[in-house]
Design a protein around this ligand. Sequence first.
Ligand SMILES: Nc1ncnc2c1ncn2[C@@H]1O[C@H](COP(=O)(O)OP(=O)(O)OP(=O)(O)O)[C@@H](O)[C@H]1O
Ligand SMILES: [Mg+2]
Length: 583
Amino acid sequence: MKGKIVRVAGPLVIARGIPGAKMYDVVRVGNAGLVGEIIELKGDEASIQVYENTSGIGPGEPVITTGAPLSVELGPGLLTSIFDGIQRPLDVMREKVGDFITRGLDIPPLSREKKWDFEPAVKEGEEIGEGDILGEVQETKYIRHRILVPPGIKGKVRKIRGGSFTIEEEIAVIKTDDGKETSLTMLQKWPVRRPRPFKKKLPPEKILITGQRVIDAFFPLAKGGTACVPGPFGSGKTVLQHQLAKWSDAHIIIYIGCGERGNEMASVLLEFPELEDPYTGEPLINRTVLIANTSNMPVAAREASIYTGVTIAEYFRDMGYNVAVMADSTSRWAEALREISGRLEEMPGEEGYPAYLPQRVAEFYERAGRVICIGKDGREGTLSIIGAVSPPGGDLSDPVVQATLKVVKVFWSLEDWLAYRRHFPAINWLTSYSLYVENLESYLKKEIAEDWLNLRKEALKILEKEADLQEIVRLVGVESLSPKDRLLLETARSIREDFLHQNAFDPVDTYSPLKKQYLMLKIVLEFHHQLIKLLEEGKDIQDLLSHPLREEIARMRYVKNEDEKTLSDLLERVRKIGEVAHV
Ligand SMILES: Nc1ncnc2c1ncn2[C@@H]1O[C@H](COP(=O)(O)OP(=O)(O)OP(=O)(O)O)[C@@H](O)[C@H]1O
Ligand SMILES: [Mg+2]
């Protein structure tokens, strides 16, 4: 007995009489066996969103259920992989069938042939429970893939064996409390729409270092935190997400290209194997999983892609790692949701998005956090999520932006007027915010410097004052300002141009360690204090505005990252400006 298609509407297929059909089960649709998911059941009639191109399939063709919800495969082999929105391995598929992905193709996400060296961490006879570490595999040079006891399993180890195995071979047998024996392999599955369990959520307390000065210094993200990057067309969302994927000090990066243009994804694919991780010196790709659902791929798979990505992220979090997820762009995801909702003839809400959009957005970001993982060792893991949003015309009243801002704690507002002026990253320093500064306070003071947050506060204040003064300058000209205010304007310019502005394409400037960020900001502000002092001592404002050290300050960002001495020396010389001037 099989169900039958009654209607096909783009990515949506209506079918009747599927035996055993349940909500959210994965089904195979039509003679081609396309992958789909039941998203509505009314009596005997199922609405199915199909993750593949539905052209050419029609009424009367069969539909069967797999009886399982949309799930991802978890195990060694995830890192360095490139998957599509429903975790089909794009690289392997291309090898097998060429650039045109054949529909209904069954290639498993993780290799069944590859062997991994499994090193057991438990002994026979030991009592173990969910989340405990069964053993480890060296997946890439620096990442040890921990094989965990799957949720829901508890008992005594009957058998455990180390050695070289494929992910389908038995590595352990657990005798559960009801007397049954469960065989475990390195391969596990998890339904993507259900968050993976953890013991307890904790408030984030450590900064996620991104090496991007405007972010780390002004609007920091916490490990386990959430951030939103809205911006109009061409304002630098993708470049910023790539920068975060490259330079964040997370152990694992999950990059979801959701509705992006193919060439944007291609640049990631080309660069990541070449670039070095500044923390380990290894190719960046070794800590990365890429999910690519480009704009030319079916729309429903785009809807699934963010869940596929975040579930893989949770899996690595559960091993005790710091994981960061970038999703570019969640607007394209929301559009997929809108399209499916429209086909289902649901009542549209704002801008045609379904009324449940805010809830879906919230559920996604709620999967972020710093947690105590399940398992008896009490290890901690974090999952950070950074979502780009591309509202039409950059309009922040857009429903996707609004729904996102309600749940995330960091807002990096990219703006086109900054991008036109080639001020990159085009993050507006006056309107962006981070609600983590307080959480991070003691950590930052300890890790960077006692006065770090004071520098931040002072710099932001100078920029605010600049905005006020610019109003006056527009009305009555710069000559009407007091010399002190003119110095302040010059310092504000220096903060913007010498510190906030950062060129993603310069080999040195692309990434700044925290210590360098600190010295740079310290130098700019110390210079300001010294000049104010000289002004008060009666020095001429014009001389101060064209002080020769300005040139060196403008070149600070190109000082090699490991060379702390050059900047420390510059700071010393800035401190002594006054003395030199007196001689
Ligand atoms: N940090 C940066 N340093 C130098 N150039 C940058 C930086 N950020 C953005 N740019 C420039 O801006 C261009 C557009 O950036 P990007 O493609 O990231 O925009 P976007 O917001 O993703 O656009 P879209 O809405 O089309 O997806 C880049 O090609 C690059 O030239
Ligand atoms: Mg983009």
